[in-house]
Structures are given as C-alpha cells and as structure tokens.
Design a protein around this ligand. Sequence first.
Ligand code: GDP
Ligand code: IMO
Ligand code: MG
Length: 434
Amino acid sequence: MPASVVVGLQWGDEGKGKTTDFLSEQVAMVVRYQGGDNAGHTVVKGDEVLKLHLVPSGVLYPHITSVIGNGVVVNPETLIGELDMLAARGIDVRRVRVSRSAHVIMPYHVALDRANEARLDGAKVGTTGRGIGPAYGDRAWRLGLRMGDLVDPEVIRGRIERVLPDKNLLLDSMGANGFDVDALVEKAAAWGERLATHLDDTTWLVQSALARGEHVLLEGAQGTLLDLDHGSYPFVTSSNAVAGGATTGGGIGPLQVDEVMGVMKAYATRVGSGPFPTELTDDIGEGIRERGNEVGTTTGRPRRVGWFDAVPTRYAVAVNSVSSIMLNKIDILSGLESICLCVAYECDGRRLDRWPSSAESLARATPIYERFEGWEEPLHDVRSLAGLPENARRYVTALEELAGVPIVLVSVGPERTQTIERAWRPMRRAPVRV
Ligand code: GDP
Ligand code: IMO
Ligand code: MG
C-alpha cells in the first residue's frame, strides 16, 4: 500500500488540518514531515475544536498512529503542552511517536528568531517567532540537538557547551539576554525524561506500516509558496513544505508516494510579509477576513486576504505533482456580488503567465483578473456539487480547469462532515487494519 501526501498549495492555512482529519478515517498512520510549531492546524468534529501545532491532524481517530517525522523541528515545551491537552480530552497519546532524529528548537533559537526580526525592522519576514529559522540553520550547520539526544544529560551538556558561547555573543550583540548552560541542560534533560516513551525510529515505523499494507498519510505544514526553495525567498519558511519534503522528512522514498492531494482555499491569505499580488485592502477583503475568521492559529495575527491567484497554482501543481485537490472555504464567498480570479500578471508592461522565482518581480506584478458572478445562498448544508448554486459551480469548474487536476473534495464549513465528496475519490481505499 503506497503513501499519500497532503500539501498546501498557497501560503499556508489552506485548511490542511481539516483535509488530513477528513482523510484519516481511511488510513492507519499520519506523519508530519516538516516545519514545527509555526504551524497551526485546526480540526473540528462536532462541537470539538482542536488546534494542533505539532501533533498530526489524524489524532482524533483511535486507530491512527501519529508520527512526528525526522524533518520536523520540535519545541519540546509545545509538544508536552499539546500531549497534555490531548490527554485531558481523553485521547490516548501513547500513539504519538516522535523521531529521534527530529531536531530540537532550543530557547536560544526562539530568542534569536525574535531578536533578528526586531533588528530587521522594516525588512521583517514576519516569522511566527518560534525559532524555526535558527533551528533549521543549526541543523544544516550540524550544531543542533536531536530529540534522541535529550535522554542523555552528558550528550546535552556537550552539545550546549559547544554552541552556547556563540549564541550568547550573538544575542548580546542584538541587545537580547543570553542563556545559562546549567539551566538549559536541566531543562533539556527534563524534556527528555518526559518524552522518552514517545521517541522512536520513525522511518522504520513508516516503512513497517507500508510493508504491512497499511495506508500512510503524510501531512505537510505551511504551503508551497512558503517553501524555502519554491516560495518568494526570503519571505518563506525554512523547510521544504512541498510534497518532496515528505520523502526527506517523513521516511519514505519517492516511489512509495502514489498520490498527492493539494489543498487550497477559494481565496488567498498570507500571514507575515512578502509580495501578495492579489491582496485586498478594501471592505471586500475585510469582509472575507471576518467571515473566514482569518486570524493566525499560532500567532493570533490577522491574515492578509486576497482573491484566488491561479498563477502560483499551476506552479504548485507542477512542483508537487498534485494528483487531486481539496478546495476549502468556498462557503466564505457567499454574499459577494462578484468574485475575481487572477489568471496572469502584468509585469514591466508584459503579460506574465508563470510564477516568477524572485520576490522583486512578484512585487512588481499586477493581477489580470477574470470576473465571476457571485451567489447569495449559504453553502454549509450542501453535500453535492449539483447542490451548489450555478455560479459557485462555475467558479469551481474554472479553478479546476486552471489547476489542471480534478477537485475531488469541496469543503463548505469547518466541521468534518461539511464536505462535498465527488464520485471519483482516489484517496478512499478500503482501510487495512493489522
Ligand atoms: P491549516 O493550517 O492549513 O490546517 O489551516 P488553519 O487551521 O490554520 O486555518 C483554516 C481555518 O479554516 C480553520 O479555522 C478551519 O477550521 C477553517 N476551515 C477549514 N475548512 C473550512 C471551510 O470549508 N469553511 C469554513 N468556513 N472554514 C473552514
Ligand atoms: P500552517 O501549517 C501560514 C509564515 C510566517 C512567515 C513565514 C516564516 O498553519 O499553514 P517562520 O516562523 O516559519 O520562520 O515564518 O512563514 N508561516 C505560516 N503562514 N501558515 C503557517 O503554517 C505558517 N508557518 C509559517 O507567517 O511569513
Ligand atoms: Mg494554519
């Protein structure tokens, strides 16, 4: 049984949590493969609302093994808080497995991220302030602590003694407070003690599940346009959010992935800085932000809102080899007189059909729109494409044609069951329980 990847096609917050939860009914294991607690994934089942930053979004199902893969950077404090929150809700958290190879976000990473953003002033990336960039930086520089290191206080001390003088120097130069070796060793050792029973060789867990014929779902965080390589650098995150990241960060090989479900919402949002050609700064944008409750799950910052941009969609479909799409939040567009859809840009007096690789070009791009008639009806109770108002159907068809792959699921509300399933559903295989 091969693996499926769920990946964001925009700037994050496309509703990957809802998509993953919805699909989890049919799989045995859900694996987060990159990012850290910069992610905020929302799952809604009945009256229950779950905001998850590290634990994969399938955790509500008792049959799911939840895996935090080697490509994730883990803030142990966030993870412990999340495990406690889940346990308090009666969820068996022993099924949450954490890769020994995943890197640890240390307090100095968080402090460096925040101090650096403050220093950048007008050129801020607008990070979530969770230490993501510095932690991935140390990983690449081979200076990191890994989750498996936390169970050995001597290893912790050795690693911290090696890096802390430099970190403290840097923090001091930025006007921020440094850290004490002994206090950090004590803190990290306590994390290790608390999390020891969750640590695992997750690559073998994933490979054994696949070998048993189980269906593994890999859940991406952030989105393609925030990808370190494919987004508008430097206004990106520090990991590979694209589907390819599932192989390096999730413990699978490329030929084990047979499906990539792209997740997008019916309009666009972006948190943090960086070019956003279709951004709406008027009342229409404000209305969408309010109706869509577009406030950051992790930071509480209002999300920037804009019309759907199909230029990066084509790029995202290509680089992720997207085979099917879930379209979320179309219900939020009800009540608009007309809806704009960006099909190309004008840049330096020329038409641009391709997503540019430079943030500078993107900043100069102005959208070329196709306009669609809106609809009044609320969509929350619609459960078939035929049940959508004609203008909504037209809009979905246009998105599908622009993306070039089938939209197999359409979400009309945050709750698990507020979902339109089309007849052709490649994700839905019979569950295999071992
Ligand atoms: P993620 O980071 O991609 O998992 O997305 P977030 O959870 O950060 O943001 C998506 C928000 O939209 C969450 O509050 C979801 O509960 C909500 N949501 C998801 N799908 C729908 C939908 O179809 N309609 C509405 N109204 N809300 C949705
Ligand atoms: P989910 O998984 C939306 C953005 C930040 C900032 C940039 C870099 O919920 O979709 P970082 O803290 O990663 O160094 O910040 O990336 N960002 C997100 N935006 N959704 C997310 O996650 C994000 N994770 C990071 O706002 O612009
Ligand atoms: Mg989110």
